[in-house]
Design a protein around this ligand. Structure first.
Ligand SMILES: C[S@@+](CC[C@H](N)C(=O)[O-])C[C@H]1O[C@@H](n2cnc3c(N)ncnc32)[C@H](O)[C@@H]1O
Length: 207
């Protein structure tokens, strides 16, 4: 389904891009995950009713709405651009008007991902290249801290995973790559999802 048609179905507007000014080198621009990629992801990767997803750099909220619509589970978007966050909040109003029957919460937080205080019930963390690997490392440390406070298995979904992100997870953490899901279209070697898992018992050895 085309991007705008899918947006219409969810009563949201998430197409387009938004650049940061030149000063924000570590923060990447807004650009949504293609719907076709999300459809492919969730034919191969399943979320369950006990999951709670955090989308780091949630933009206008496409991933959050898509997951909420399909799984009716709690979803939190974290976004640092105030204009983009406002658009996500407007989307939430129009999405919610038609989805009052879905009881799971959906929320958007105005925060820097690296400073965001993780809900210790969150189980799945989504990243579509939102920021530099330095910020990613801090976010992963925060996830480890959260897992120490409340022991649980957590998973990461990386869309368009760059080598330095994979390298960091492989060399410096106990996250294990468990799945690779190629996406439709011609997006080159990075056009895929990779899923990582931190199993409950292994977190203690991690940084
Ligand atoms: C490539 S977009 C991904 C949007 C959405 N996750 C999706 O897949 O449709 C990356 C988003 O991350 C946001 N971002 C960049 N740096 C951030 C930071 N440090 N903290 C929170 N959000 C950030 C950008 O403003 C942008 O909206």
């Amino acid at each position: 389904m085309a991007e705008k048609t899918y947006d219409k179905k969810l009563h949201i507007q998430t197409t387009g891009v938004r650049e940061w000014g030149k000063r924000e080198k570590a923060y990447n621009r807004y650009e949504p995950t293609p719907y076709a990629a999300l459809e492919k992801l969730f034919t191969k990767y399943k979320l369950s009713q006990v999951d709670h997803v955090v989308d780091y750099g949630s933009g206008r909220g496409r991933v959050a709405f898509f997951i909420h619509h399909h799984f009716n589970i709690p979803v939190t978007g974290v976004e640092a651009n105030d204009r983009t966050l406002d658009e996500a909040m407007k989307n939430k109003q129009s999405y919610r008007r038609k989805r009052q029957h879905l009881k799971a919460p959906i929320s958007f937080e105005f925060a820097l991902a690296e400073q965001y205080e993780i809900d210790d019930l969150a189980t799945c963390f989504y990243f579509f290249n939102p920021f530099s690997v330095q910020i990613f490392k801090q976010v992963i440390r925060n996830i480890h801290q959260s897992v120490k406070r409340n022991e649980r298995t957590v998973e990461l979904i990386l869309y368009y995973p760059l080598p330095e992100f994979k390298e960091y997870l492989k060399m410096h953490t106990d996250f294990e790559m468990i799945q690779r899901i190629p996406t439709p279209g011609d997006h080159g070697k990075y056009g895929k999802f990779v899923i990582y898992r931190l199993q409950q018992a292994t977190y203690e050895q991690s940084v």
